[in-house]
Design a protein around this ligand. Structure first.
Ligand code: HEC
Length: 257
């Protein structure tokens, strides 16, 4: 028998237990809100709506997605243009004067806007029709081009920001689980089972927190952040609910120490 077996939540005064219920519910509610906050905060890291794995990789590792224009040209699309035109477009897109040179008059026929007008607009205008047309990706105006000309480069948060955030998160989240776990040990529910939940949640938090750093090097570790954070959150909810239920249930027959 462990020493804690004599100290039971349900032996404590009614108002204390009610207080614990309020506090644990507040804690769990706080997690729901911070979960929502996280998803709002990160969901726009990439251009796709909603919180995706890409957003998380972007936040902790950074994401580079190449420009669709460069990709198309490098893949040999369209087959109809001359090599020198393809080279001219690629040189332009990979240079650092993309907006300035788009319709630079000094470039004459080799100005990107000219090449595009002659070689692409048959198929890439909003009104283009025909079997080969692709009006979904118009290339008529600079605004159209600009959107797909640049490679996207999502930078992860700086090390100082990560360190500052961890400085507040790691200790609080760890202490919360320790306190909840101790309360859980004072409930009538299986100590072995709750102990296992606390162990998994603790490991999850460790992996999550370490993952903030490891993911900077290895993008794949972002999954460990998600799984670890998920396990910690699930553990908190389970132990928290056990505590709430134990406080609300009638005292019943008490075990003697
Ligand atoms: C003969 C018609 C035709 C011409 C000419 C043409 N395209 Fe396309 N383009 C298409 C079609 C059809 C698609 C979609 C299918 C595919 O990807 O092959 C496409 C796809 C693309 C995409 C990919 C869009 C995406 O979904 O990521 C880009 C970028 C693109 N074209 C750029 C160009 C550029 C730049 C030129 C001129 C140098 C050009 N295209 C000339 C028909 C054309």
């Amino acid at each position: 028998m462990s020493d804690l077996s004599g100290f039971q939540l349900r032996a404590l005064p009614y108002f204390f237990r009610l207080g614990v219920v309020f506090l644990v519910l507040t804690l769990l509610g706080g997690y729901v809100v911070s979960g929502l906050h996280l998803s709002w905060h990160y969901e726009n890291r990439d251009e796709n709506p909603g919180l995706t794995m890409n957003d998380i990789v972007g936040a902790y590792h950074g994401v580079q997605s190449p420009s669709p224009l460069i990709e198309a040209l490098e893949s040999g699309h369209p087959e109809t243009i001359e090599d020198f035109e393809r080279t001219a477009l690629l040189d332009w897109l990979k240079g650092d004067r993309v907006s300035q040179d788009y319709d630079n008059l000094d470039l004459g026929d080799e100005a990107p806007s000219e090449i595009i007008a002659v070689s692409c607009l048959d198929c890439h205008t909003r009104g283009a029709s025909g079997p080969d047309a692709y009006p979904q990706v118009p290339l008529e105006y600079w605004d159209d081009i600009q959107k797909i000309a640049v490679s996207k480069d999502i930078q992860p948060a700086g090390t100082e920001i990560v360190a500052m955030s961890q400085h507040t998160h790691a200790p609080t989240m760890a202490v919360i689980m320790i306190v909840l776990g101790l309360l859980g040990m004072m409930t009538r529910f299986s100590k072995k089972l709750l102990g296992f939940v606390v162990c998994v949640a603790g490991l999850g938090l460790l992996v999550d927190m370490a993952g903030w750093w490891i993911t900077r090097e290895y993008a794949g570790f972002a999954y460990a952040i998600v799984v670890g954070g998920g396990l910690y959150a699930a553990g908190t909810v389970l132990v928290g609910l056990a505590v709430v239920i134990d406080c609300l249930l009638p005292r019943g027959k008490q075990q003697s120490a």
